[in-house]
Design a protein. Structure first.
Length: 112
């Protein structure tokens, strides 16, 4: 993924509207590209600050860098869980297919 495409996805990522299949590539790029990481941080700080103003909250000043790290770690956990779910679904499908083949072969043997 290039910088232009990554930067176009920043607000979608912050708003949790980035498609699941794009989050992994987005995070990989942000981790290796300091320019995009800096831009993500700026957008995140601004969006978080605006949210605090919109909510008229009088909370203490939050550690936005830490909040962004937590968001990115959370995204990585979701990606790993999605991989695990996909592997589990594939494994179950494979086992089901094997069972069907065995049943068909047993039925064929009985009919002979």
């Amino acid at each position: 993924m290039d910088c232009r495409k990554t930067r176009s996805m920043i607000t979608s990522y912050i708003d949790n509207k980035l498609a699941d299949n794009l989050v992994e590539d987005f995070l990989k790029h942000v981790k290796k590209c300091s320019d995009c990481a800096d831009e993500l941080e700026v957008y995140f700080v601004v969006a978080s600050g605006l949210k605090v103003l919109d909510d008229e909250a009088e909370d203490e000043i939050a550690d936005y860098k830490e909040a962004l790290k937590v968001k990115m770690l959370h995204s990585e956990v979701i990606i790993k869980n999605n991989y695990r779910k996909a592997i589990l679904k594939y494994s179950i499908f494979t086992l089901e297919t094997i069972c069907v083949i065995i049943i068909v072969l047993l039925q064929f043997r009985i009919w002979l």
